[in-house]
Design a protein around this ligand. Structure first.
Ligand SMILES: Nc1ncnc2c1ncn2[C@@H]1O[C@H](COP(=O)(O)OP(=O)(O)OP(=O)(O)O)[C@@H](O)[C@H]1O
Length: 239
């Protein structure tokens, strides 16, 4: 079997004395996709921050492409191919959409043309300033900017939060493409569990800092007991 792209081995991490994740292990294959689910405050964002190196590891290790990156700072991890899409929409408000995109460009399959094809709304707004965009367009730009760095792995922190249904649909389609034909591995933290499970192959549910459940996303989607137990979700019956 080929080497995992991202691997957590018995990770303990948190903020100062406060331990948030404890004993977390998982392996994400090359081109894989993982949904990270759980109630508010269980440590989902902390998992992404630990992968990027924004929080310190108290125990265990983080490997990327088989290399131990536990001690590397975030910018070195980014150069190795980890792409971070933070929950806060991080764009340059006084640059145009196109300038925002070209500012982060690194060589690879994702360039202005392929990114505009993925996000037609951004092509339409290419001359608009970042601060002239709607919330949904800003979120698309945040994802697109990170994609322009041509990461091997995209870490997405609640990219669909607070967006109108039509934008959720468009952004979901883009994420599905990136993770599928686009060949970019993803770790997706989402409150919209149903959407996240439809976009990914694997899923983990975090509870009190540990992985309480792991499954194929398609299996978890059909497992109402587990979804209800860990997430308090009452997914609507499909007709
Ligand atoms: N900078 C910080 N300093 C101290 N504690 C923090 C910090 N950031 C988060 N925490 C705490 O760590 C725990 C996990 O937070 P985290 O943001 O990882 O949870 P989450 O599952 O992503 O939650 P949400 O769904 O609400 O975003 C929480 O108890 C939170 O209060």
């Amino acid at each position: 079997m080929s080497e995992p792209l991202l691997e957590f081995r018995d990770v303990r991490s948190g903020y100062g004395e406060a331990v948030v994740l404890d004993g977390v292990s998982f392996a994400l294959p090359l081109h894989g996709s993982l949904a990270v689910l759980g109630r508010n405050g269980v440590g989902k964002t902390t998992l992404l921050l630990t992968a990027m190196g924004f929080v310190t590891l108290a125990r265990g290790s983080v490997l990327f492409n088989g290399r131990d990156i536990s001690r590397l700072p975030p910018h070195k991890r980014a150069l190795m191919g980890l792409g971070w899409v933070p929950q806060e929409r991080e764009i340059f408000p006084s640059l145009t959409v196109e300038e925002n995109l070209t500012a982060t460009r690194r060589p690879g399959r994702w360039d202005l043309e392929t990114v505009y094809t993925l996000f037609p709304r951004l092509r339409e707004r290419c001359g608009n300033m970042g601060n002239q965009l709607s919330g949904g367009e800003q979120q698309m730009l945040t994802v697109a900017r990170t994609l322009m760095t041509n990461p091997a792995l995209l870490l997405l922190d609640e990219p669909l939060e607070g967006l109108a249904p039509i934008i959720v649909e468009e952004l979901s389609a883009a994420i599905r493409y990136m993770a599928g034909d686009g060949g970019t591995a993803i770790v997706l933290v989402e409150q919209h569990a149903e959407v996240a499970l439809r976009l990914t192959e694997q899923a983990v549910v975090i509870e009190r800092g540990i992985i309480a459940h792991r499954a194929q996303s398609s299996d978890l989607l059909g497992n109402r007991d587990i979804l209800d137990r860990y997430l308090g979700l009452h997914l609507q019956e499909r007709r």
